[in-house]
Design a protein around this ligand. Structure first.
Ligand SMILES: [Mg+2]
Length: 233
């Protein structure tokens, strides 16, 4: 039984990746900035601020995981692709992204502590499989996880319960023995909560919420708070 106050031991932790383990939004914003600078340098005659505003909006609405976002932007805006501008923008974007993609301070330590405690660790991400692995491997986090599930593995995005159910089955655990950590109340928290998995909102990205969300059982305002919360559960 899992009534209120029932003792439960956390045996597994499920993590989202973006804006939970890795500072994804800020990385992308900086990469967007660098790509717009490169467009201007290559002769796209526009002032930086207006082009930056325009491309940034286009990117966040349309292209978070779109590998052809630059082509689409140029085609929709100018009706054609200027290849030197396109190539320069893509190069600047990639260079910036690779150079700055990093985990949140304390994230690696948290994973080490959880592993030392003997907990099973899983990833449940809505990113495409290759993108998820590129990010996890870039920060050397992939080896910490017993199970890595992406949208390509599950077939549906969070908050659908399928990904959570696969993890419970693989680990042979009950929902009450698991914790989900993510930055999105509507996807990460809701999906887990529906099944009775405890939820911790990772509320420290540049898009953090002002108020706590009722779908989160706990809210962490830094990575180090996650460890404190899990130790208490
Ligand atoms: Mg996320």
């Amino acid at each position: 039984m899992q009534g209120k106050g029932a003792k439960s031991t956390v045996k597994a932790v499920i993590f989202d990746i973006d804006d939970t383990l890795i500072d994804f939004t800020e990385t992308k914003n900086l990469a967007i900035r660098e790509s717009v600078k490169a467009m201007i340098d290559k002769g796209l005659g526009k002032d930086f601020d207006s082009l930056h505003r325009e491309f940034r909006r286009f990117y966040w609405q349309r292209g978070i995981e779109d590998q052809r976002i630059f082509q689409k932007f140029f085609l929709e805006k100018y009706g054609k692709i200027d290849y030197p501008v396109l190539a320069s923008a893509i190069l600047a974007y990639r260079k910036a992204k690779e150079g700055i993609l990093k985990p949140y301070p304390g994230a690696k330590n948290l994973l080490i502590q959880l592993k030392e405690k003997g907990l099973k660790l899983a990833i449940l991400s809505d990113a495409p499989k290759l993108e998820a692995y590129l990010r996890l491997c870039a920060v050397s986090f992939d080896d910490f996880f017993d199970l890595i599930l992406t949208k390509d593995d599950v077939g549906v995005s969070k908050p659908h319960s399928k990904g959570f159910e696969i993890i419970l089955k693989k680990f042979n655990l009950r929902p009450v023995e698991c914790v989900m950590i993510g930055d999105a109340p509507d996807r990460d928290m809701e999906g887990a909560k529906k099944l009775g998995i405890k939820t911790i909102l990772a509320n420290y990205s540049s898009r953090k919420l002002e108020k706590p969300d009722p779908r989160a059982d706990y809210t962490a305002s830094s990575v180090s708070e996650i460890w404190k919360i899990i130790s208490r559960i």
